[in-house]
Structure formats: structure tokens, C-alpha cells
Design a protein around this ligand. Structure first.
Ligand SMILES: Nc1ncnc2c1ncn2[C@@H]1O[C@H](COP(=O)(O)OP(=O)(O)OP(=O)(O)O)[C@@H](O)[C@H]1O
Length: 348
């Protein structure tokens, strides 16, 4: 049985300008111990999807369709009390800039101990011992438990937050850009540590990032989102050697191989779709070098293209040709020109 089985989930926000579908009919499953990298540009729905698993959507957001089976039980239909019990103990989240979530007037140790005691029957002494243990796991000295947040560096605070998320050995860790606020060297070290701990306690992990190189180092599986939909899902190995979706081909261009270092990277021209507008056809069609009339009219289904490898493109069968063409700067330059032309004719 999958640990998490997300089935046809859509999530909408109500805004003054109408409804915005941030996640659109998304399905995927996560095995016990599996780590998945969820990637895509800003605004593609990664955080919305992650928060919905914890049922922490903003007030104007709601899961409008679908099921999220966690250990066989649907998280979508659980009441507040049931979901509170699951949070932290079963599913823990390290959010973007989580370090701001620390209480400034309480020592981090007391915050950790309180968290443990709310969710377990441990007495203060036992909770203290567990806190020392998890602090060590994330590379913090036990004496740091007595510190107030302002007495710690950004990296230390983020480690403390990760320690809090891991104290109760959750079955699922959701890490949403857990280290973006930190410098690159510290980021790397902390991420490696999170992965080590995740393996040690045999948790599954969803790591959200816009940086696919992070996924290549830390995750077994990659899910690429675009405009609220999954466009590709593959093992990390298959994704970096044989990507299928044209958006993934573009992302791979921004991930230089050793040979290409020094060359200017090729980026994908244009911007993601505005989800406040009704979407038709393939969400990537405006920026895709290979689009046809069909792509503009019809949404491609997520098709199996290899073992546990899925891609949502009408032209998966032409991938060899696309892979070759996508490595050339001119291919994307032509898209840039097309976008400019279309913008011009829209304005007329
Ligand atoms: N509370 C909200 N009300 C209205 N729209 C929202 C709300 N939160 C997010 N959105 C919109 O939903 C879409 C998906 O946003 P989301 O934050 O999930 O994307 P993301 O991929 O996680 O981006 P980022 O990497 O910037 O966090 C975007 O169009 C965003 O503007």
C-alpha cells in the first residue's frame, strides 16, 4: 500500500476576481521511505499542494475535488481534531522561512519540549532527553536548547525547526524550500542531513524546490508541475538522462552538465500561465517550441512512457526529435519571437 495516494485533487482559491484553480486534477502516490522532489516555477501550485496535505490552506483555499489517502484514510474528510493529531506525529512540515515561526520569547528547548508533550505521553524529563537527541541529529549542541531564537544564527534556527519536525519520527516529511533563506554551503549541508535522518527513521519525504539540481542529489523520484498540473513524473535517474516533456527539456537546459560549464545557459522564454484565467489545451503550449493546433485545443493526458515514468505531452512519441532540438538555442529563440508576435497581436 502507498503511504500517500493523491487522487484527482483540485484546489481552488476564491479571489475578488473570481476562482483561481491552483492545483488541477493532480494524482500521484508515494511509497514508504520514498523521497520525491516537487519542482516547477513559482506559482505552479507546489506550496498549495503541500499545504493541502497538512490541511493548512489559506482561508480562501479549498480542496474542491479528489482524495488524499494517507495510510488508507482520506485526509480531505478528516475533521480538525483528527487532522491536528496527524500533524507533526504522522506528517511534519518544514515550511518556507519556517524560522520566523519560532516564538521569540521562549527558549527553543521549551518550544520543542512543549511540542513533544502535546503529542505524546512523555514527561518533561523524557521530552528533554528526546530534544537533546534530535538536536544532535541535526548538528546542534544540546546547550543550544537554552537559547532564545535571537541568540541563534539563521542556519541554527532552521536546524532547530527541522529538529522540531523530526522529533516524533513522522512517516511523512514535507519540506517546502527548507533552506532557501540560507547561504548555499549551509543549505547543502542541512539538506544532506535532513535526507540522512529521513532515511534513518524510514520516513517518506516530499521536497519542494524550484532547483532541480537539489532534487538530483536528494530524491529518488521527481514530479514536475506546470500551471497547476503534473507534466512529468519519473525516477530522478530517468528524468536526468531521458526527460520527455518539453518543459522538462527546457528545465534540463538550465541544469548544466560538466561539459557545458562556462557556456551561457538556455532559459525558457515567457512566463507561466495566469491561473486566474480559464485554461485550455496544454498549459505549456505558449512556451513550447513543438506545439501544434492540437496542443492549443486539447489537454494532453499524463501517459506512461516507461516504467513508473509519465509525461503529459501529445507528442511523447516524438521525444527523440524534441531532445535533439531542445539543446539548440535557436529552438527557444523562435519561441521568444513567437511570444513577442502573439503579445503584439493580442494588444491590437
Ligand atoms: N491565498 C491565496 N489566494 C489566492 N491565490 C493564491 C493564494 N495562495 C496562492 N495563490 C495562487 O495560487 C497559485 C499557486 O501558488 P503556490 O504558492 O502554490 O505556487 P508555488 O509553486 O508554491 O510558488 P512558490 O515557489 O512561489 O511558492 C499562484 O497563482 C498563486 O498566486
Amino acid at each position: 500500500m502507498a503511504l500517500l495516494d493523491v487522487q484527482n485533487v483540485s484546489i481552488e482559491y476564491t479571489t475578488e476576481e473570481g476562482n483561481l484553480k491552483a492545483v488541477d486534477d493532480v494524482s500521484f502516490s508515494l511509497k514508504i521511505g520514498e523521497s520525491v522532489g516537487l519542482v516547477g516555477e513559482s506559482g505552479c501550485g507546489k506550496t498549495t499542494l503541500a499545504k493541502s496535505i497538512m490541511r493548512l490552506l489559506a482561508k480562501n483555499g479549498r480542496i474542491s475535488e479528489g482524495k488524499m489517502l494517507f495510510k488508507g484514510e482520506d485526509l480531505v474528510t478528516k475533521n480538525d481534531e483528527e487532522i491536528r493529531k496527524i500533524r507533526l506525529k504522522e506528517i511534519a512540515m518544514v515550511a518556507q522561512s519556517a524560522m520566523n515561526a519560532l516564538n521569540p520569547v521562549q527558549t527553543v528547548g521549551d518550544q520543542l519540549i512543549d511540542g513533544i508533550r502535546i503529542h505524546t505521553k512523555m514527561n518533561r524529563k523524557e521530552a528533554m532527553e528526546r530534544s537533546v537527541e534530535v538536536f544532535k541529529m541535526v548538528g546542534l549542541e544540546a546547550k543550544r536548547l537554552k537559547s532564545y531564537p535571537h541568540q541563534m544564527s539563521g542556519g541554527m534556527k532552521q536546524r532547530a525547526i527541522i529538529a522540531m519536525a523530526l522529533t516524533l519520527n513522522p512517516s511523512l516529511i514535507i519540506a517546502d524550500e527548507p533552506t532557501t533563506a540560507l547561504d548555499v554551503v549551509v543549505q547543502d549541508r542541512i539538506l544532506q542531513q535532513v535526507v540522512e535522518i529521513q532515511k534513518k527513521i524510514d520516513s517518506s519525504m516530499i521536497l519542494i524546490t524550484h532547483d532541480i539540481s537539489v532534487v538530483s542529489e536528494t530524491c529518488e523520484t521527481i514530479i514536475v508541475m506546470y500551471g497547476g498540473k503534473i507534466v512529468e513524473k519519473a525516477s530522478t535517474k530517468a528524468f536526468f538522462t531521458k526527460p520527455f516533456h518539453p518543459y522538462s527539456l527546457g528545465l534540463n537546459n538550465a541544469f548544466p552538465s560538466i561539459h557545458e560549464i562556462g557556456e551561457e545557459l538556455i532559459s525558457i522564454p515567457g512566463a507561466p500561465p495566469d491561473l486566474r484565467q480559464l485554461q485550455t489545451g496544454c498549459r505549456f503550449n505558449k512556451r513550447c517550441p513543438f506545439r501544434t493546433e492540437l496542443c492549443i485545443k486539447e489537454l494532453p493526458p499524463l501517459e506512461e512512457v516507461g516504467p513508473d515514468h509519465f509525461s503529459a505531452c501529445h507528442y511523447n512519441k516524438d521525444v527523440e526529435k524534441f531532445r535533439e532540438a531542445s539543446g539548440h538555442r535557436e529552438t527557444w529563440e523562435a519561441v521568444r519571437e513567437r511570444i513577442i508576435k502573439e503579445l503584439g497581436s493580442d494588444a491590437e
